[in-house]
Write a protein that binds this ligand. Sequence first.
Ligand code: ATP
Length: 191
Amino acid sequence: MKTGIFGGTFDPIHIGHIISVLEVKLKFGLDRVIFIPARQSPHKTLKPSDDDDRVEMLRKATAGYEGIGLDTVELQREGRSFTYDTAVYLKEKYPEDELYFLMGTDQYESFESWYRHEDLLEMMKFIVMMRHSDDVDIANPFIRADQLVVEISSTLVRARIGQGLPYRHFLDASVYEYIKENALYETQSST
Ligand code: ATP
């Protein structure tokens, strides 16, 4: 099996995530893609949603897509979550699978600072997804996705909510409803 791994904070999950992952799944013939929410990063400008909210939104947004799964392993682990630890876990869990780690160009550009990044390159293949229409050079052994590009970020979604501007079109309808019902991202945090 070809298994894709997609990590992120998903705060919140938006259609940029869904479209790029589904397009990459199709293009590279991945049998499944597993979303892995990371622990919350402390430096957000708007009130961050908690782990349960992020997982619930992920569940809603990915429900009904064939071959799309969710694994909360990083939320269960104490301390900082390193992709390396997750890769060790996944190789043990799916010993027969070819693992493809999906990441956006922003992650690709910081990859050399990742813990044990050279080992990571031996453990999985890496597919880099474009986030902007302007070109980014992708070096070997990374695989360039060249998928349909959607320039939406969670930062943009949170900013729009904070400013009281339209954001519904950036989200799966179920996620939009969830954010409204729970009044997420509306208040500025003091940090
Ligand atoms: P934030 O704006 O809070 O930094 P984000 O929109 O970048 O969030 P993350 O949850 O941090 O979302 O991203 C998870 C992964 O998805 C990362 O590898 C990121 O590069 C990628 N990604 C996010 N948005 C897009 C998009 N619109 N197109 C392609 N990849 C994306």
